[in-house]
Design a protein around this ligand. Structure first.
Ligand code: SAM
Ligand code: CA
Length: 238
């Protein structure tokens, strides 16, 4: 297998050496990656935005987490071609549910045949459109409050704070929200005048604001993990 360098994985690894990341992938992740996830990863790799796909090690982490917490009713904001969605769908029990939202249906449809072939499409309800208005509608209905065991947020960083204001009421007490990319290419700890790609600079302040807000939110317990580009797990405690 060709070696994956940091340049190729981009923000996917915050580890200090390519060799160590490669070791994790080859020792722990790839040998156990479900065939369907491998296929979806390889299809997505040919897409021009493949850089934003959830990395295979993070997919494995999500799968383990969902099983550990016995998640059944879940939500995903930011689907792209569906790698984390497929990881979730495979991890949930047969009657598990995922409400998946994305403004782009075309990319979801690129991965959908693989999800269907894997026999887990029946767990997914896909909503096309911006997530915020969907969430606003959902919170109007009391029965959605506390209804979710797990919510994965992996969409537009500028809205994470707005998502948090809504989904904190939708996740159950004891349930988990995962905010992805909270280390944002390491830029959260860089000097403000350090050289950064435009996309990194544009979103850096939003990610830092979110991190600050989560750190002092008494409704959650948090844990920031250096997996992928950083994922902050928030367990709702009240
Ligand atoms: N979780 C995906 C995976 O495993 O490959 C990656 C998601 S990608 C980082 C971010 C996605 O968020 C894109 O597909 C984009 O279309 C979507 N997105 C951006 N703004 C959005 C919004 N306001 N509401 C819903 N989805 C949005
Ligand atoms: Ca991500």
């Amino acid at each position: 297998m060709a070696e994956i360098t940091h340049a190729e994985v981009g923000h996917k690894s915050l580890l200090q050496s390519d060799a160590l990341y490669q070791y994790i992938l080859e020792t722990s992740v790839y040998p156990r990656e479900p065939e369907a996830m491998k296929e979806l990863r390889e299809i997505t790799a040919k897409h021009p935005w493949s850089m934003v796909m959830t990395s295979a090690d993070e997919g494995q982490f999500l799968s383990m987490l969902l099983k550990l917490i016995n998640a059944k009713n879940t939500m995903e904001i930011g689907v792209y071609t569906g790698y984390s969605l497929l990881a979730t769908a495979l991890a949930l029990p047969d009657d598990g549910k995922i409400l998946a939202m994305d403004i782009n249906r075309e990319n979801y449809e690129l991965g959908l045949p693989v999800i269907e072939k894997a026999g887990v499409a029946h767990k997914i309800e896909f909503k096309e459109g911006p997530a915020l208005p969907f969430l606003d509608l959902m919170i109007e209905d009391e029965k959605n409050h506390g209804a979710y065991d797990f919510i994965f947020v992996d969409a537009d960083k500028k809205n994470y704070i707005n998502y948090h204001k809504r989904i904190i009421d939708l996740v159950r007490v004891g349930g988990v929200i995962g905010y992805d990319n909270t280390l944002w290419n390491g830029s959260v700890a860089a000097a403000p005048d350090a050289p950064m790609r435009n996309i990194v600079r544009y979103n850096r302040d939003f990610v830092m604001e979110l991190n600050k807000a989560l750190a002092v939110d008494p409704r959650i317990e948090i844990c920031m993990l250096p997996v992928g580009d950083g994922i902050t797990l928030c367990r709702r405690v009240k």
